[in-house]
Design a protein around this ligand. Sequence first.
Ligand code: TEU
Ligand code: CA
Length: 550
Amino acid sequence: SQNEKWWKETVVYQIYPRSFQDSNGDGVGDLRGIISRLDYLQSLGVETIWLNPIYASPNDDNGYDISDYRRIQPEFGTMQDFDALLKGLHERGLKLVMDLVVNHSSDEHEWFKQARSSRQNPYRAYYHWWPAEKGKPTPRYSFFDVNSDAWKYDSLTNAYYLHYFSRKQPDLNWENPKLRQEVHSIMRFWLDKGIDGFRMDAFQYVAKDTTFPAFPAGYEKQILKYYSSGPNLHAYIQEMNREVLSKYPVMTVAEGAGDSPTEAMKFVDPARRELNMAYHFEGMDIGNGPEGYKLTDFKQVYTRWDSAFARKGWLSIFLANHDVPRMVSKFGDDRPAFRAASAKLLNTFILTMRGTPYCYNGDELGMTNIRFDRIEDYRDVATLNGYQKVKNQGGDLGGFLATAKRTARDNCRTPFQWDASPNAGFTTGRPWLKVNPNYRQINRAAQEKDPNSILNHFRRATAVRRQHKVLVYGQYQLLDAANPHIYAYTRTLDQERVLVALNFSSDKRTWALPATLKLGGQPWLNNYPTFTPAATLALQPWQAVVVPLR
Ligand code: TEU
Ligand code: CA
């Protein structure tokens, strides 16, 4: 039907290039390294690869600070390497999605160098400035700054510039049509090379009210309300669709989608001609405290978002990315006895929900948080500046480190665990970020040999999704919403109906099937060797079954 689209049926696999595979021994992953792993990517049964930024960058925020949008980061390789990678992917039937980071550039981008050189410079209006003679700017919160202050004073022109992220990531001025044309031209440059889409970074933040009105006290606690969906945001996206996107058969996904399903729908309602899909963070935002999360909250979030998109629009489904802890450490149980089962359960969840699944590299192996003890081991600007901020305030540094062990972004950025050789086969040199010492047990080579490994379960799960459109398009219905341990739902498409039953706990559980459901055969997917069809299911710790219904 008209509603069927390749980007709804695809499974996206996210590669963090810095940590995937080093090919030349400098300790940094690179494009040649990815090329050497193309057969592995194909073997996963995913069809789309999303690469975190690989553009030229001083690397203040691992590539999310771009100094030249048309060049490859020299550490990662050359444009020839990029072309070879794209060709290699396409030859294997895989698509490539690039990160588009245009809420901000690097302060080392030529535009910013020009802009800050004088108030009269034509590039001045590519950024947001507050002349110091107007006094202090109205407060704006910065996610990454040591002072949380998004205005940085620049003495060269006696003015402040705006940066929602780090000082080295000045926000671009989307109110300037010239800037928007530059972005369109950058997009065409990559689309004309044949890439298959964009993941649009921090895109909900691009539009600003440039009169910079004061926000009420405490606004930073509701940052999405004040920062996302600014004036003209959707006009800018519609313009981009008209000028660029509508001319290419590609997919687009907005990182962030406003502060509610209603706001999110504006990005992806097909009638509005904007983007294809969006991802929200409500699922990720639960369970960041030491006490973890309640399954009933988790179910409620996914169910509410599913129903808001039941008739139109499309979402992404993910439990991890490069900005959050490892999914098995946060949502599963990464102790040795439960790690494999819970990782398989979480992959089953991602691959059986409605929405396009996004799988973060390493999660197909059940890689875990590294849990650094010392600030010296971290590399992430967010953690390093956060630590410095607490230190400047004379705050509780031990408490900060304890929280970072659980939530810091470097937990999931450690090198990919290929095999049991030194540095997990990631590099022959010194890795830019420590390898998780558990690589001797948790690695790809070991899991290739084991038919019941997390890796081979992941492959079965992607194959099942490919074979059964009910898992892509089928209507979702939650069962037993109040159950604190079992997440069960059905997916239904025409005559086909399937039950997904997930035991989100480290204990055996029983679960009585609703009287209206009749099991209709052997499981399509099961992370344990056995399953006994019965009116009451007996589920092992973290057991995950996908069973057809009659
Ligand atoms: O992250 C943006 C992002 O997650 C914000 O939308 C979020 O609200 C904020 O970080 C609060 O935690 C993207 C990238 O994924 C991230 O790696 C970059 O550091 C960031 O943009 C800046 O480009
Ligand atoms: Ca390298």
